[in-house]
Design a protein around this ligand. Structure first.
Ligand code: G3P
Ligand code: MG
Length: 273
């Protein structure tokens, strides 16, 4: 399973790929994450209007695509991903914004080589299947975070399709499945006894945390770093769980967590390796 492919302690996971040096959630970001020596990477699953599974973080296309300037495509005022078909989404450029906005200062500091500019501009929204194929080909484990797929309340059947794809691509043992929508995780567990599951938490811990994690037979807990401390990590590790905090971009804090044996999901994997 996923945790058999990564170190027991001190996991370094590249958040949305090596997103400080490449546009997030692209095949390039994944390639850079692997190249810089991260143990695994994290990415976000969303769905197109025609029901295709893709990787993309935001609900809206505005921040990380060229939809704002693509008049032919900008059909909806809110630009929600799930208002567009896969064919429409694949037309979008998801790399150029990274060069112009330079969100982590990597372009200005020269961390992004000139030769990469053309590759960056060619990035398109990847299909989940492409991510899984990459993961398998390069033995690069991946944490798939299932975003709220905006299916009707209580409809968790989309998880069946994700699981089917893991089965078809032979990647079940390379994937760690996580979500803030915990009903997706229950569904995944009902479908498969083996897959590694991580429960995500943002503002507060679920009540009776250990009992709660056991109800999913979860392998890991993924709290926001702001609600995580060494005591929590130690306690959960004693109870048999891995703890990986997100998003840890303060390198001193990252080192503290890694020393405790916890893991970090970070935008800067290249600085920690
Ligand atoms: O999976 C951890 C982290 O990615 C959750 O937050 O918003 O970056 O997907 P977000
Ligand atoms: Mg995520």
């Amino acid at each position: 399973m996923f945790f058999e492919h990564v170190p027991r302690r001190g996991l370094i996971c590249a958040h949305r790929g090596a997103r400080s040096i490449a546009p997030e959630n692209t095949l390039l970001a994944m390639t850079m994450a692997k190249a810089c020596g991260a143990h695994c990477w994290e990415t976000d699953i969303r769905m197109s209007k025609d029901g295709k599974l893709i990787v993309f973080h935001d609900d809206s296309l505005e921040r990380t695509t060229n939809i704002a300037v693509n008049r032919a495509l900008k059909k909806h005022p809110d630009c929600s991903v799930n208002c567009y078909t896969l064919a429409e989404l694949r037309e979008l450029d998801v790399g150029s914004w990274f060069l112009s906005d330079d969100p982590f200062g990597a372009v200005a500091s020269g961390e992004v080589a000139d030769v990469q500019y053309e590759t960056i501009k060619r990035q398109r929204i990847p299909l989940l299947r492409e991510v899984l194929d990459f993961s398998k080909k390069h033995s690069f484990p991946v944490n798939l975070e299932i975003k709220d797929l905006k299916t009707p309340s209580g409809d968790v059947l989309v998880v069946d399709r994700i699981m089917e794809m893991l089965f078809e691509t032979g990647t079940m043992d390379m994937v760690l499945l996580s979500s803030f929508r915990h009903e997706y995780l229950h569904r995944a567990r009902a479908l498969n006894k083996e897959i590694d599951i991580a429960v995500l938490a943002e503002e507060q811990h679920p009540q009776d945390l250990i009992q709660y994690l056991r109800s999913f037979q979860a392998a890991a807990y993924h709290p926001n770093v702001d609600i995580c401390d060494e005591e929590l990590i130690n306690g959960l590790q004693r109870a048999g769980f891995r703890v990986n905090c997100w998003t840890v971009n303060d390198m001193k804090r990252a080192q503290e967590i890694l020393r405790t044996g916890g893991g970090v999901i970070t935008d800067w994997p290249q600085r920690l390796i």
